[in-house]
Design a protein around this ligand. Structure first.
Ligand code: V07
Length: 265
């Protein structure tokens, strides 16, 4: 009849967002969080709206989650905005998606600058439309000296292509005598990836119920904690990022300081 209640859990459900943020900040924070922002099309379909309406709503979620990630002192937030596979979508949808970086930055770049956010990008930008490329380059330039959150967009990014490109560059450098075959190790390969300047993700979030990696950061997620939710990206809120970071902290606390990554080195 009377169910014994876990008081810590009970009180947790009653905490405000601000209280939960304060608690999170008392424990180790994931330095690098990566997100596969899935479910925008499904969000729109459920409302009988065109798919692009879901992408637009998803863009607003990007801004909200960026602000919270910055507040949580997360160092890098990598967002999978456009995959190398996404070119196969209908032309009107690809065109719309390629307009979003410009629209996002047009609306939010001043706020990002005010929040000390630094914008960066991984992926092959040579195939992006000129206006998309220019908008992103401008944002990268204007935020280059910012010291807060690194907001890293994966645009025209694919994990296997990234590895192929790294293998080509390593081969060229070996051929030209710049490095020897013996020099090729984990660290060397990491150095040739587009993420060379970033730590590996500590936490990967995928929304919308799919339990796959879908060609995202294949090399980098070897020891990453994975967190999946059925919530569609446009519905993803501060509460959900906090849920994910709390789950991360609960899992990593159990390692007692010696985590998988360190012990396998
Ligand atoms: C895109 C909104 C988020 C859900 C996933 C798909 C649609 C923000 C950007 C963006 C990219 C680069 C940049 C500034 C903003 C974006 C694409 C799609 C292609 F410098 N959202 N968003 N880019 N979606």
């Amino acid at each position: 009849m009377f169910k014994k209640m876990n008081l810590w859990n009970k009180s947790k459900t009653n905490l405000t967002i601000n209280e939960r943020v304060s608690r999170i900040l008392e424990q180790p924070i994931p330095k690098h969080v990566a997100i596969i922002m899935d479910g925008n099309g499904r969000w729109a379909k459920r409302r009988a709206l065109p798919r692009v309406a879901g992408h637009h709503e998803g863009m607003k979620t990007v801004k909200k989650i960026t602000t919270l990630a910055n507040r949580l002192n997360i160092e890098t937030l990598t967002l999978y905005a456009f995959s190398t596979e996404n070119w196969k979508r209908p032309k009107h949808e690809v065109d719309y998606l390629m307009g979003l970086p410009e629209e996002f930055l047009g609306s939010f770049l001043p706020e990002l600058i005010a929040e000390n956010v630094k914008v960066s990008m991984i992926g092959d930008n040579s195939r992006l439309p000129a206006k998309t490329k220019k908008a992103v380059e401008k944002a990268i330039e204007q935020t280059a000296n910012n010291t807060g959150l690194n907001l890293n967009f994966a645009l025209n990014y694919g994990g296997r292509s990234e590895i192929v490109e790294a293998v080509k560059k390593i081969s060229t450098d070996v051929k030209n005598g710049e490095i020897s075959v013996d020099h090729i190790d984990h660290e060397c390969i990491s150095h040739y990836l587009m993420t060379h300047a970033l730590p590996d993700p500590d936490l990967l979030i995928r929304t919308s119920g799919e339990l796959r990696i879908s060609n995202f950061m294949l090399w980098q997620i070897a020891y990453t904690e994975l967190w999946f939710t059925d919530v569609l990206w446009p519905d993803f809120s501060d509460k959900h990022l906090i849920d994910a970071v709390e789950a991360f902290q609960k899992r990593t606390r159990r390692y007692g300081g010696l985590n998988d990554k360190e012990s396998k080195k």
